[in-house]
Design a protein around this ligand. Structure first.
Ligand code: ADP
Ligand code: MG
Length: 701
């Protein structure tokens, strides 16, 4: 809820009453600069800068009301503070607080930072379970909230806690907000029609704003939060519905139907029968591509479920009609691998392919461009470089985007050109939890590959404890002697590519001299020149390298069926989705796969992550767990793109609310696809202002 807040001040003039657009500078000249750092410029900004959470003072007690072992909050001033080290080096802080009705004692061990925090004269709130100690009450390791004169609670209520910036006191911000809320909350215009609010039992916006900041109880805060969480989810659903309607009416895409002859010609290119799920996906895609409306389809499928083949089908369908197709991959290694797979399966056909990646020399790049311009390339494969290229996309029929979550939602649809738009197929190997898919991809149709292609082998996962490492390496050697290949992943060192590379190099050296001596080791990391990376991948794929020691660059897409054992060092540093991606690299051929995790997790979350990973091989379960542990932003990689449009709603908690909001939105759009009626005018304006750019919504419908 903190960070950038919805700003009523931006966009169409006249939307917010002038009172709300007054600059904060006019009221708080001394704090204006600090407030600006939080993105708070106007009265409206402050009104919608919601608390991250609340301190609960509903258990506020006077000293004579305290009860042995009963959770309570007392407030007061620190009268004595003693911080010392015992002779054995143990840090002890003892503080006496003069609270309402008497003195209480508080004790903390091993928390040296208390020395600067708890000093005489400061006002604090203490929360914990008091114990009788002689004539006084004692709190051992209570929670502390720092207070000041004006915000110290004198009543049982919830204290809002806001996101801060350096130099801005919590109490200052709280006071400023309270001041503004008390004067201006009643000026906030309501955009929801009265009848709709009543039907949905949603608080009015003015009351909701007031209660978000100054709730009298948990219940009040919950009600206020529900109003805004619902509103966010509902507006996003409406926005995506508008987008869908707009796309269907305005955009024109080439009509590329499939018939028996084309179908047979495409399938001849595959060395195997399509699975039932693949067949169904192909059917759905072909139906989309047969319509003059751009397809916008998400192809979800676990690692190894065979998405590439489906994409290949779609691309060849475009080519069969004399159109071009492009495939975008998230990394160069993966783009090159896709290119190899396609080249191989198209050998002897008339389909012409091209590769466009960042590392091409200017001359090579120019050659590809010229070929494109002359219409000599049917299938273009590349990385994000494709997006930045000014290429002549004549007769572009289809764009396939692989591993969507890495691009972030923002980059969707950036390849548009001219009057016609291509069809879009977006593939994701990180199955997206249903709630996230609905909330953030609601404008896309979805095909799912659940079933695995026949012959896929199970993968066993072990958490290798330190005393079992010898045994594990003996197992790896045995597999290598049997003629199989192995991968070893060195953990990344957070945000430090230099050290990551050093980590891989050191690990490769250590293994080569030690437990894997006598085998041919290759090394792969992001800092190698692309040509070198490609050479190593080819060497590994063709068996000239026995063991590939790599960073997590191997995480995505690499397909070497003879590689059956993977060792992941420092597994605690990886997220669940990432581990799952890596695991998908083994068990791809005729042999079962094995994954050994070396890990020293130091947090509860890391332990849980590893245990979940060992326990299940199902990508959908993994995605749900990852989502519960880390939230949607990271899962989708949207955090760095700043595109997560939810600030109050939390998809982990609000699944039901989302479902409700979605259904409501669908009903409304069915009656009024453009939200053109006066009833929804304010809502429509707000949606265009907030999501117009993100979803490329037109200003007027
Ligand atoms: P994904 O991209 O979904 O991770 P791929 O498309 O790379 O999966 O497919 C994984 C492996 O399964 C590839 O080696 C591919 O050739 C093989 N494969 C795909 N579909 C089938 C099928 N219907 N029958 C047998 N093998 C298949
Ligand atoms: Mg793939």
């Amino acid at each position: 809820m903190n960070g950038e807040q919805p700003s009523l001040a931006k966009g169409a003039p006249g939307a917010a009453p002038p009172e709300l657009l007054q600059p904060l500078r006019a009221f708080f000249p001394r704090d204006a600069e600090l407030l600006a750092k939080l993105g708070l410029h106007t009265v409206a900004d402050l009104l919608f800068y919601f608390p991250k959470r609340y301190e609960d003072f509903t258990q506020l007690r006077r000293v004579e009301e305290l009860q042995e072992g009963r959770d309570a909050v007392v407030c007061g001033v620190i009268r004595e503070a003693d911080h010392r080290r015992t002779r054995r080096g143990k840090h002890v802080s003892t503080v006496v607080v003069e609270a309402d009705g008497g003195l209480v004692r508080c004790v903390w061990f091993h928390q040296p930072f208390r020395r600067t925090q708890l000093v005489r004269g400061r006002r604090v709130a203490i929360q914990g379970k008091p114990r009788r100690k002689g004539v006084t009450w004692e709190f051992v390791h209570p929670r502390v909230v720092m207070l000041d004169e004006t915000t110290s609670p004198t009543q049982k209520h919830l204290l809002p806690i806001y996101g801060l910036t350096a130099g801005l006191e919590a109490s200052t911000l709280r006071n400023r907000i309270r001041w503004v809320v008390e004067r201006y909350a009643r000026e906030v215009p309501e955009m929801l029609p009265e009848s709709f609010r009543q039907e949905k039992r949603l608080l009015g916006v003015q009351e909701a704003v007031h209660r978000m900041h100054l709730p009298a109880s948990r219940e009040e805060a919950r009600e206020a939060r529900r109003r805004f969480a619902y509103q966010e989810l509902w507006m996003l659903q409406l926005a995506m519905g508008l987008k869908r309607a707009q796309r269907q009416e305005q955009a024109r895409a080439p009509v590329l139907p499939v018939d028996a002859r084309i179908d047979a010609r495409i399938r001849r290119r595959f060395a195997f029968e399509l699975t039932e799920d693949q067949r169904k996906a192909v059917e759905e895609i072909a139906a989309d591509m047969a319509r003059p409306v751009p397809m916008a389809r998400l192809l979800q499928g676990d690692v190894g479920s065979g998405k590439t083949v489906v994409a290949q089908y779609a691309m060849l369908l475009a080519v069969a009609h004399g159109y071009k197709a492009a495939l975008m991959a998230p990394t160069e290694v993966l783009a090159r691998q896709h290119a190899r797979t396609l080249f191989r399966s198209l050998r002897g056909s008339r389909v012409r392919t091209g590769l466009l990646v960042g590392s091409l020399t200017p001359a090579q790049r120019q050659r590809v461009r010229d070929e494109l311009a002359r219409g000599e390339i049917d299938l273009l494969i590349g990385t994000q470089a494709l997006v930045h290229e000014k290429i002549c996309w004549d007769r572009l029929g289809l764009v396939v985007i692989d591993e969507q979550h890495r691009f972030g939602v923002m980059q969707r649809a950036h390849l548009r050109h001219g009057e016609q738009e291509p069809h879009y197929l977006v593939m994701t190997a990180t199955p997206i939890p249903r709630t996230v898919a609905l909330a953030l991809y609601g404008d896309l149709d979805v095909s799912v590959l659940r079933e695995r292609p026949p012959g896929r082998q199970p993968v066993k996962t072990y958490w290798v404890r330190p005393d079992q490492e010898g045994k594990w390496w003996a197992f790896v050697r045995r597999k290598l002697h049997e003629g199989r290949q192995a991968m070893v992943v060195a953990s990344r060192v957070e945000g430090d590519p230099e050290r990551e590379v050093a980590g891989v190099e050191e690990l490769a050296k250590r293994l080569g001299r030690g437990v894997l001596s006598g085998f041919r080791l290759g090394m792969l990391h992001g800092r190698l020149p692309p040509a070198e990376k490609d050479r190593i991948m080819v060497d590994f794929a063709s068996g000239r390298i026995d063991v590939l020691v790599a960073t997590s660059v191997i995480e995505v897409g690499i397909d070497v069926p003879n590689a059956v054992v993977m060792t992941i060092e420092g597994a605690e540093h990886f997220g669940l989705a990432q581990l799952h991606q890596m695991r998908g690299r083994v068990g791809r051929g005729a042999f079962p796969g094995f994954v050994g995790l070396f890990a020293q997790p130091s947090t509860e979350e890391a332990i849980q992550r590893l245990e979940t990973f060992v326990a299940t091989e199902d990508g959908f379960e993994i995605a749900e767990a990852d989502f519960r542990l880390r939230g949607a932003g990271e899962l989708l990689g949207t955090r760095q793109h700043g595109a997560t449009p939810l600030r109050v709603a939390d998809l982990r908690k609000d699944a039901e609310l989302l479902q409700e909001a979605r259904e409501d939105a669908l009903v409304i759009l069915k009656e009024d696809p453009h939200l053109a009626s006066p009833k929804w005018q304010a809502v429509r304006e707000r949606i265009v202002r907030r999501y117009g750019e993100l979803l490329e919504l037109a200003e007027v419908g």
